[in-house]
Structure formats: structure tokens, C-alpha cells
Design a protein around this ligand. Structure first.
Ligand code: ME8
Length: 662
């Protein structure tokens, strides 16, 4: 295999039911890896597909009153549609009913037969139709399938067998020589334990139904569905006819699969390849399971979350981001609509979307939408800090992606998103834009206009560049958003992992377009409205709680109302409260040199700079309180719009600061 090629596969999904979140999780994770490798310049081949033969699929077709072929055609289409909605960038979608696959299975069988590894024998034992797996009696758990816990059926069939037992020792050696063959390494021992017990030969034909690839030279037998399905990985890269492609991409770099099918991929498949004289995949990466807050996803419990529906409702990137940010790859984790909405609001809307909005607004207003030049002459400690954050983010993100640690890669990239927001907070571009000294220079004299403008230009273009580079680091996970950010910043050309030229000011001259918000905030109205099933009693309770909230408060006597001292105030300064998503610290003028400090919970609706200069209404005689250790004296009034955004109440025309509001 040439060194720049990279071949990654996922499991091919059974077409007995619709695509679910577990399928989506696997495809999104492998997609992030495929996109990352492309970004790093590798020639990537990413294969996904559908596993269309076997007893279970035949029975699903019969239940729908369809021929197996008509059934698999319709469900395979549903999977392809779901992956299109999730922006999966697969290079191939293989279906095991395709001709190319039949040819590949036939050739593999020829080789295995030539090796003397096939023989006819009698199988008497148990079969799990759901997992399409043979089980010896001793492995059953209370008479059920040890993997899925469903009932098994006793079968007695004259079948063809594969001499799997022959490969116990060669596989042990392979595990020893390649300690990273099975990843994460924690899973390796489980597979070694199976090898230590010794392998039994495997029945690889079925004769009691006919929905499968005809077993070569054995009329009335079809190939056992797993033996057929695993071969898809070599079919996809051209086995046996396209030697150039096969030579380039095989062996695969990674088979990405779930923990329930580890033995098939780390023991049976490698044994098949050894028998056929073909190289083994470099790594099998075993991911964990996606659960819901109410346990394993299952139709009967009613907690299945359809990935296409979620992507349609919140966007592909919100789902992709949540799946890979919430669950450490390799471990089990919980996903719900509520978790997605929280991630969406907190990370995507507040941090990422807001950063673009803040920069684009000022560039549009003060530079006609064109990013100004960066002046290296006045780059100081804040710029040095931002550049250091960019370098660290690139290193951390790459370190995460390299080992499938997507949550760490995202956390690494987010370091730069946060640093860029802080850079904007601390440099205070809105002050420079108003001709005042920003950068926290509270008592400095107003700079001359060209100096202020030059400083403002540096801040905006470096801030924009930091955002562009963070977007590049996030590209493997949220590709659509990354492209929208690049378009908004006028960044031309393909996305490249440019850890060399970090924050070199290369965006100067680009035309910024302040379009729709990247992630308009979503207000989750109540827990009852998310996909997690809510017991009727709980739903009723939350409905009555909402009704109580909506009921008007008791009547107020005029004199009581007049006790509230409402005053017009002008916002002099505004900044974010560190480590508090919702809070802004405001300095207000009440006229005659009187100033007030107020902490307001409106950070998710306003960028600090958007408030400076605004007239607001202050409840001036509210008892002072400490919020996050900051004194807050008074409260500003705000309404809430239909999307749950705050709208600060402001006089409908100039009114003197300190004037009473009645
Ligand atoms: O096993 N969370 O197909 P499949 C995460 N056709 N991953 C999950 C999951 C969950 N809740 N549920 C399932 C098959 N998966 C075979 C594969 S490969 C040659 C043949 C994963 O549709 C599961 O572990 O049952 C597997 O990797 C993939 O989804 C397809 O499962």
C-alpha cells in the first residue's frame, strides 16, 4: 500500500430495520476520521454499506409482504438518505447483493478451499437470528443469546465448515506482534481470552432458507451471512479484479465497529484472510454504544431517536457535534434531544456562532465589510496569547483526532474558540471603534483616529483568522459549519490543516458577509417536549407548572408599584462574566456622574459591545446582591421574544439618563 493511502470502513448495517442513532454514531465517527485524514493530505477511501442477506432480512421482507430484493432495495435507500442528511463523505456504499460482491466472495472461497480449510459436517447447536450468530450450548446465558439476550433456536443442519480452529495460534501470534491490532487496547484482552480458550470450527453455510449468496459448488446451500458480509471490505477496494486499487488500499487502516461484533472482526475475519493468503487490516477500532437516558434504544421502550429526524430538526452538524463531543469514543454514552439542545446553545450558538457575529458586525459597520490589514507593530501580549492558543489548539486537536479521541480533539479546537472570544472581550474593539482606548486601558486618553482604527483593524482580522483556523480544526466534525464560516469571512480556497501559518493575518482584504446567525438559539420549552419518553404523570406535572408560571401575579396597589424606582440609564461598558454563559457585567450611567454596576443574565442574547451606548430601564432601588462574586446593584428590564431571546426595554427616543420611568 502506498503510504499516502488511507482506507477506513464501518460495519455494514443490517437492512431489517431503519437506521438508528447507533448506526449514525459509527458513521459520523468514521467520517470525522476520514475527513481529518483528507485534511492532512492522505488519499482516503471511506466505505460504508448495507448487509442485505440472511434469515433475519428474509423474514423482515416477508413481514412486509415484499420480495427480499424489493425489501432490501427500499431499506438500503433509507440508509443512504440518512447518511446524505448527516453529510457522511463515504467514497463507496457497498451492498452485499451487488454483482461485484458475489464475484469477490467466490474468489475468496476458491482460495480458502485451496488452502484445505473447508469441509462438510453436521451442525447441531443454537442460532441467534437477530445477531445471525451460532452459539454452542455452553455459551448461552439462561438459554438466551449472550449478546442480545433474545431467545435462540436449535438447529441441526448438514453444513459446510471453515477450519477456524487452525488459526488459534497464528492469531495469538498476530495479536502479540501487533499490540495495536485491536483498539482501544482495553478491548484487546477480551479477544485474547477467546483465543486462549481455543477456537472451534465455524459453520459457514445455511440450507434452510435461500436468501444469500449460493455456496460455491454446494447446491441448496447459501453462504452464512457473516462470512459473506465481512468480505465486503475487500470487495469495496476492487478484490479480485482491480489489482491496482486493491494494492493501493488493502490492508485497511481501520475497521470501525461496535463492541457487539468484535469477535467477527478481530478473530473470524482475520482467520479468513490468513486462509486466503491476504494481509490483515492494520487496526480494528471498537467503539462503545449510544444509549438514551432511559437505557438501550429499543422500539418497544419507545426511546429510539431517528438520526435523520434529528438532523432535519437541528442540522447535521448539531447532531454530529453532540455525538462526538458527548461520548468518549470507545466508551458507552448517553444521547437525548435535551443533551443536543444544550450542546447546541452552549457551544455552537454562544461560543462559535456568537464569535462570527461579533466580528462580522463591526467589520461591516466600520470597514465596509472588508477585513483590514494587521499591524504587527502594535501586536502585544494579547496577540501573543491568542497565537499561543492557536498553536496549542492545533496540537491538541491533532493529537485527539490521531487516536479517535474526538471529544479531546473538539475540546482542543474549542480552546481557540474560547481564546478568540476572550481576545475580543479583552481588546474591546467596540471602544476602539468609538475612538476610545480599548484593551482594558480604562484611564487612557482617547487615541488619535488613525491609531484607533489601526488597532481595531488588527483586532478584527486576527480575531477572524482565529475563527477561521478554529473552524478548520472543527472541519472533520462540523464540515458544513466550517464552510459557512469560511464563506462568511470571505476565505477562499480549500480547507487545509495549516498549523504552520497560524494567525498570520492572511484574511486581510477578504470580504465579510454578515448573514443569518450560524446557530440561532433554541429554547427547550420543557422536558416533556424532548424525545426521551416522559411518563404521563410527569408530563401533566410539567404542564401544570407551566400554566402556573403563565398565570398573572396578584394585583398591585398604585402606591406599591411606585415603590419601585425605575430609571433611565445609559450603558457605558459591558463585558462577559468569566465562566458564566449567561451573565454580562454592565456599567451604567444615571447622569450627573452617578454610575451603577449591574450583572444581567442576557449574555446569550447580546454581545457586550452591542449594548454600549444603549439606554435601558434600571430598577434602581433593588437591594444590592453579589452574583458570581460581583456586586450587582439594580436590575435592567428585558422582554423575551418568541425564540426566548432577551430584548432589553429601551425608551422610544432620547431620554435623560437618570430620568424616572413610570
Ligand atoms: O452488526 N450504539 O449490523 P447492525 C453504537 N450487519 N453502535 C451501535 C449501536 C448502538 N446503540 N447499535 C448497533 C451488524 N451499533 C452487521 C455488521 S459488518 C461486516 C456486518 C453498531 O445493523 C453495531 O455495533 O446490527 C455495528 O457496528 C453497526 O452498528 C451495525 O449494526
Amino acid at each position: 500500500m502506498s503510504r499516502d493511502a488511507f482506507y477506513i470502513t464501518t460495519a455494514i448495517d443490517y437492512v431489517n430495520a431503519e437506521p438508528h442513532m447507533g448506526h449514525a454514531y459509527e458513521k459520523v465517527g468514521a467520517d470525522a476520521m476520514a475527513r481529518y485524514q483528507r485534511l492532512r493530505g492522505r488519499r482516503v477511501r471511506y466505505t460504508i454499506g448495507t448487509d442485505e442477506h440472511g434469515q433475519k432480512v428474509a423474514e423482515s421482507a416477508a413481514a412486509r409482504g415484499l420480495s427480499p430484493q424489493a425489501h432490501v432495495d427500499s431499506i438500503a435507500g433509507r440508509f443512504q438518505e440518512a447518511w446524505r442528511q448527516l453529510e457522511i463523505s463515504n467514497d463507496d456504499f457497498i451492498r452485499t447483493t451487488e454483482k461485484r460482491h458475489h464475484a469477490s466472495v467466490a474468489e475468496l472461497f476458491r482460495r480458502v478451499q485451496l488452502a484445505g480449510d473447508l469441509y462438510l459436517g453436521d451442525y447441531v447447536g443454537w442460532y441467534c437470528k437477530s445477531d445471525e450468530t451460532f452459539w454452542p450450548e455452553g455459551k448461552l446465558v439462561e438459554g438466551n443469546c449472550p449478546t442480545c439476550n433474545r431467545p435462540v433456536q436449535k438447529i441441526t443442519e448438514r453444513n459446510w465448515f471453515f477450519k477456524l480452529s487452525r488459526y488459534t495460534e497464528p492469531l495469538k501470534r498476530h495479536f502479540e506482534v501487533n499490540p495495536e491490532f485491536v483498539l482501544p487496547v482495553g478491548r484487546r484482552q477480551e479477544m485474547l481470552n477467546i483465543l486462549e480458550e481455543g477456537l472451534e470450527d465455524l459453520s459457514i453455510s445455511r440450507s434452510t432458507f435461500d436468501w444469500g449468496i449460493p455456496f460455491p459448488g454446494a447446491p441448496g446451500h447459501v453462504v452464512y451471512v457473516w462470512f459473506d458480509a465481512l468480505i465486503n471490505y475487500i470487495t469495496s477496494v476492487g478484490f479480485p479484479a482491480d489489482e491496482a486499487s486493491f494494492g493501493t488500499f488493502w490492508p485497511a487502516d481501520y475497521h470501525v465497529i461496535g463492541k457487539d461484533i468484535a469477535k467477527f472482526h478481530t478473530i473470524i475475519w482475520p482467520a479468513m484472510l490468513l486462509a486466503a493468503g491476504l494481509p490483515l487490516p492494520r487496526h480494528v477500532f471498537i467503539h462503545g454504544f449510544v444509549m438514551t437516558p432511559t437505557g438501550k434504544m429499543s422500539k418497544s421502550v419507545g426511546n429510539v431517536i431517528a438520526p435523520g429526524e434529528m438532523a432535519g430538526k437541528y442540522g447535521a452538524d448539531a447532531l454530529r457535534y453532540t455525538l462526538l463531543r458527548e461520548i468518549a469514543w470507545g466508551q458507552d454514552g448517553v444521547i437525548s434531544e435535551e443533551i443536543l439542545v444544550n450542546r447546541y446553545n452552549r457551544d455552537l450558538a454562544n461560543d462559535l456562532g456568537n464569535l462570527l457575529h461579533r466580528i462580522a458586525t463591526i467589520v461591516e459597520k466600520h470597514f465596509g465589510g472588508v477585513l483590514p490589514p494587521v499591524s504587527e507593530a502594535d501586536a502585544g501580549p494579547l496577540e501573543a496569547e491568542l497565537r499561543a492558543a492557536a498553536r496549542k489548539a492545533a496540537t491538541d486537536a491533532a493529537a485527539g483526532y490521531d487516536v479517535f479521541s474526538f471529544h479531546q480533539a473538539l475540546e482542543g479546537a474549542w480552546g481557540l474558540v474560547r481564546a478568540a472570544n476572550q481576545y475580543v472581550d479583552r481588546t474591546e474593539p467596540w471602544k476602539w471603534a468609538a475612538g476610545k482606548a480599548g484593551d482594558g486601558k480604562k484611564d487612557a486618553l482617547a487615541p488619535d483616529a488613525p491609531t484607533a482604527r489601526r488597532r481595531l483593524g488588527t483586532i478584527l482580522t486576527l480575531g477572524a483568522d482565529a475563527l477561521r483556523q478554529a473552524a478548520t480544526m472543527l472541519f472533520p466534525v462540523i464540515p458544513g459549519t466550517c464552510q459557512r464560516i469560511r464563506d462568511a469571512l470571505g476565505a477562499a480556497g480549500p480547507v487545509v490543516w495549516d498549523s504552520e501559518g497560524l494567525l498570520a493575518g492572511s484574511l486581510a482584504g477578504c470580504r465579510v458577509v454578515r448573514g443569518e446567525p450560524l446557530f440561532p438559539r433554541i429554547e427547550p420549552q420543557s422536558k416533556a417536549e424532548v424525545a426521551v419518553p416522559v411518563k404521563p404523570a410527569a408530563a401533566a406535572k410539567s404542564a401544570s407548572a407551566r400554566a402556573a408560571l403563565a398565570a398573572p401575579p396578584a394585583e398591585l396597589a398604585y402606591d406599591d408599584f411606585m415603590k419601585a424606582d425605575l430609571r433611565v440609564a445609559k450603558v457605558l461598558e459591558a463585558s462577559r462574566v468569566p465562566n458564566a454563559d449567561k451573565l454580562l457585567q454592565l456599567k451604567l450611567s444615571l447622569g450627573d456622574g452617578q454610575e451603577r454596576q449591574v450583572v444581567a443574565g442576557i449574555a446569550q442574547s447580546y454581545a457586550p459591545e452591542a449594548l454600549v451606548g444603549l439606554q435601558v430601564v434600571l430598577v434602581a432601588n433593588l437591594k444590592p446582591a453579589k452574583i458570581r462574586g460581583i456586586e450587582s446593584h439594580g436590575m435592567i428590564l428585558a422582554a423575551t421574544d418568541g425564540d426566548g431571546k432577551h430584548r432589553v426595554v429601551t425608551p422610544d427616543g432620547p431620554a435623560p439618563a437618570g430620568g424616572r420611568v413610570k
